[in-house]
Design a protein around this ligand. Structure first.
Ligand code: CTP
Length: 404
């Protein structure tokens, strides 16, 4: 996806550098355009180094006649080459100019020449955001079909607290990938994803858990939403931003995760169990903090309910995808889990491999399919792996449909 990142002149302009990087991490090609005011906050060199591309600055800043001629048509070329125009931060001034069709510089001229999807992420002082003039402009732009990512509430650079903060760059980048995604091949599907670890309480301050970061499940949820599915993400405790356009159901223990997954089973068409669910829970958690003594202590554990196996028994013609985190015999174990838990696909990975699996941003997996095939997915980002899993899920789903 080709994205123009237009940066307005607000204090949040510094976050645009992180945003450019987040977009590139998600596979976008990014062309940055800075307004003259943005250049007061952040230098073009920062973006040039991050994106490896020349940064566009003001329309009339060119020196020679040739440069003036070249830059006078540049906004048309840039408009044609890109599918998405993202403006972040979109200042009150830019919103006003966009709303009224004023074009005194490159970014505003580009806005008028642009026929792709426009996404605006406003950031400003709370009073400016709440001012009727800004509200009217935002209303006009939204009615015109521009996507508005509303600012977050919180402490602002001007020292006040309220709405006006630019949302987390990762969230903006997820939203851009979702809105600009050319494929909507999962439209009509309802996908339930479970992600992250579970925590089994020992006492009010301690728990048993595992090293799952939730990144693979969050990548699957973000990609499924980007491809048009309605997504419910049943998430154990993780430290990740909520993916844009996804309904997050937070849970803590394996028992809570089971209840949340089962309560959404009816409406689901695809269930993806990427969570690292605890196999045991503490039989009798203490209601008070356990005090230290000199003696050896032991904790009695009972097995948790196997959620994947239960879904497998009740799934009907829903598509069920399980995960198998293994340290050896990858494909055999994947196949065994697929059979015993009645899955249509098992995503098997070696958790011992350096740089993939738990906590990592990359993964290398084998997709073991109900049809008997197994597909190697070489090392790539978890977002790319998510697309590969969803591609196979869709193929299986279409085959399931055609059988009925
Ligand atoms: N799973 C589950 N409920 C559990 C345990 C696991 O739903 N109580 C699911 C996981 O979400 C994953 C799959 O089962 O999709 C496999 O998890 P894994 O830990 O690899 O396998 P186990 O079933 O625990 O088997 P083993 O201990 O033999 O590896």
């Amino acid at each position: 996806m080709n994205v123009i990142l237009g940066v307005g002149g607000g204090i949040a302009a510094y976050k645009a550098a992180e945003l450019a990087r987040a977009l590139m991490e998600r596979g976008a090609r990014v062309q940055v355009a800075l307004t003259a005011a943005a250049e007061e906050f952040i230098r073009p060199l920062t973006f040039a180094a991050l994106t490896n591309r020349k940064v566009i600055t003001d329309l009339f800043a060119a020196k020679s006649a040739e440069e003036t001629l070249a830059s006078s048509v540049e906004h048309i070329r840039v408009a044609q080459e890109n599918e998405v125009l993202l403006v972040a931060p979109a200042t009150a001034d830019l919103l006003a100019k966009f709303a009224h069709g004023l074009a005194p510089d490159f970014l505003t001229t580009l806005y008028l020449a642009f026929t792709g999807k426009v996404i605006l992420a406003p950031a400003m002082n709370t009073n400016m955001w709440n001012h009727p003039a800004t509200r009217d402009n935002v209303g006009t732009l939204a009615a015109r079909g521009n996507y508005i990512l509303p600012p977050d509430e919180g402490l602002l650079a001007c020292g006040t607290t309220g709405a006006g903060r630019l949302p987390d760059p990762a969230r903006i980048a997820d939203a851009v990938m979702m809105i600009g995604h050319p494929r909507k091949d999962l439209e009509g599907e309802v996908v339930v994803v479970s992600a992250g670890p579970t925590q089994e309480a020992i006492d009010p301050v301690r728990f048993i858990s595992n090293r799952s970061s939730g990144k693979m499940g969050y990548a699957l949820a973000a990609k499924a939403a980007a491809r048009g599915a309605r997504v419910m993400l049943v998430s154990g405790p993780v430290n990740l931003p909520e993916p844009y356009g996804v309904e997050v159901v937070p849970v803590r223990s394996a028992a809570e995760m089971r209840d949340a997954v089962m309560s959404h089973l009816e409406e689901a068409t695809i269930i993806i169990k990427s969570a690292a669910v605890a196999d045991y829970y503490v039989a009798k958690p203490s209601s008070q903090k356990i005090k230290k003594t000199a003696a050896r202590m032991s904790i009695e554990l009972d097995p948790t309910a196997d959620i994947l196996a239960e879904v497998g028994r009740k799934k009907g013609d829903r598509l069920l995808i399980g995960f198998a985190a293994e340290t050896q015999n990858l494909v055999q174990e994947g196949r065994r889990k697929m059979e015993t838990k009645n899955c249509d696909m098992v995503v098997a990975n070696l958790v011992t491999r350096e740089g993939t699996g738990f906590e990592s941003d990359e993964n290398e997996v084998t997709l073991v399919l109900r049809t008997g095939e197994s597909i190697q997915v070489p090392r790539m980002s978890k977002l790319e792996v998510a697309d590969k899993i969803l591609d196979q899920a869709l193929k299986l789903r279409l085959a399931l449909y055609s059988r009925t």
